[in-house]
Design a protein around this ligand. Structure first.
Ligand SMILES: [Zn+2]
Length: 414
């Protein structure tokens, strides 16, 4: 199973927006761009919302059937490991093997020695096509990379082998993710990580490194955009070189776990992908749920009242909700409006605080991030929340589609 050159990963906390999400890929298709849509949901998200991998499969299949969609689509077991992969086995055809937690753990000494030995011929001057100049590699660097990453890659291989033992070969796509860590991987590190991936027999079609900068949930990129652009461009070159040298799948490409809404880096991604005629997978995940809140806030008294209640509860449960996401949110609590203030707002005012429009002075990234991680509260409302979303299906679907198409698909692919 081959992933399309351009693919788009989208999340849907409550599983009601599959059709609205698929609509944007159809729209892109009408403009001549073939995009595969990938519905992704992590184990953590399933636990918090109370859904199961089967629900995502059903949502995807139903949306595709309803639309008569002929293009490719996949269901991504996002950020899985050996502890939870079984739950996803029958329902997913895309597996994101998350081994970031194993970075820095030591591989067996003999494995490190063997790796250093094998790649000793890469020391000195290393030419990588597309880079402005050669890299210079020392044996110490190769060893340091092996010490830091080899064990993680070996863990990815264990998950992959388990998958391969359970699923027919050629029926699923493999991604290796190293993004949920604090330190970015340099292009040189990526090169040797890919060597290890090839050596360990993982037919990765996508690789998600940790890029430079912060990828906070649902808000703009925080970091040096120029440095990101350079690194992203170099990573593509490194991948192409690694495909040639190590025999990795020809269509191996970068996967950007964007945390959504990284508008500042979209032009650089697009430029590099175009320049190198490369593919890319971009996961944008969770802001669909915020579009539901925006739609509800604007839908009338009932919807607005519920959004305000969710905010009030989230405000009071700050530590509990933000804890699991501490490394991917930056909320300035002093600039969170109190629930009392928010209760005085009308729907339009609340939607303006929430909608990611950086030109709007009423936009508040703190409120947005807090609500982004507050889907647990909405889940606790159960059918009260879901019924209101269903009741306002049309207006919400419009928000979901417009947001995805105008602000993500267009700048990235069109
Ligand atoms: Zn990720």
């Amino acid at each position: 199973m081959k992933l399309a050159k351009y693919s788009f990963g989208t999340g849907d906390r409550f599983g009601l927006q599959g059709s609205a999400q698929l609509a944007v890929v159809r729209q892109a298709k009408e403009k001549g761009i073939d995009l595969a849509i990938v519905w992704n949901k992590s184990h953590r998200e399933h636990i918090i919302v109370g859904t199961s991998p089967e629900d995502v499969r059903r949502e995807a299949d139903e949306a595709v059937k309803a639309a008569g969609w002929q293009g490719s689509y996949h269901v991504d077991a996002d950020h899985i490991g050996l502890a939870n992969v079984d739950l996803f086995l029958p329902h997913s055809d895309f597996f994101t093997l998350d081994v970031a937690d194993y970075i820095g753990q030591p591989a067996a000494l003999q494995d490190i020695e063997a790796f250093v030995d094998t790649y000793s011929n890469y020391t000195g001057r290393l030419e990588i096509a597309g880079l402005s100049g050669p890299l210079f590699v020392t044996a110490e660097q190769v060893r340091a990379i092996a010490e830091k990453y080899l064990f993680a890659v070996q863990q990815a291989a264990r998950i992959y082998q388990y998958l391969a033992s359970k699923k027919t070969s050629g029926t699923f796509i493999t991604e290796v993710s190293l993004d949920e860590t604090t330190e970015p991987q340099s292009p040189l590190e990526l090169f040797f990580i890919l060597a290890a991936i090839a050596e360990n027999g993982i037919p990765a079609q996508t690789i998600a490194p940790k890029f430079t900068g912060r990828f906070n949930k649902g808000v703009e990129y925080q970091g040096n955009v120029e440095q990101f652009n350079l690194e992203f461009d170099q990573d593509i070159c490194v991948i192409k070189e690694a495909i040639r040298r190590f025999g990795l799948p020809e269509d191996l490409k970068l996967s950007v776990h964007s945390g959504s809404d990284k508008f500042a880096i979209y032009p650089g991604i697009r430029a590099a992908v175009t320049k190198h005629n490369s593919g890319v997978h971009v996961k944008t995940a969770g802001t669909t749920w915020l579009e539901e809140l925006i739609g509800l806030a604007e839908s009338g008294d009932e919807g607005l009242a519920l959004v305000k209640k969710i905010y009030e509860k989230a405000y009071g449960r700050f530590d509990e909700l933000c804890g699991p996401y501490a490394s991917v949110i930056d909320i300035d609590q002093d600039n969170l409006d109190s629930p009392e203030e928010v209760n005085n707002w009308d729907g339009k005012r609340l939607a303006q605080a929430l909608r990611h429009d950086q030109k709007n002075p009423l936009y508040n990234s703190n409120i947005r991030q807090l609500l982004h991680v507050a889907y647990k509260v909405a889940a606790e409302y159960g059918d009260v929340y879901l019924d209101l979303v269903r009741k306002n299906r049309e207006v919400i679907a419009h928000h979901v589609s417009t947001n995805l198409y105008d602000r993500h698909i267009k700048p990235l692919f069109l």
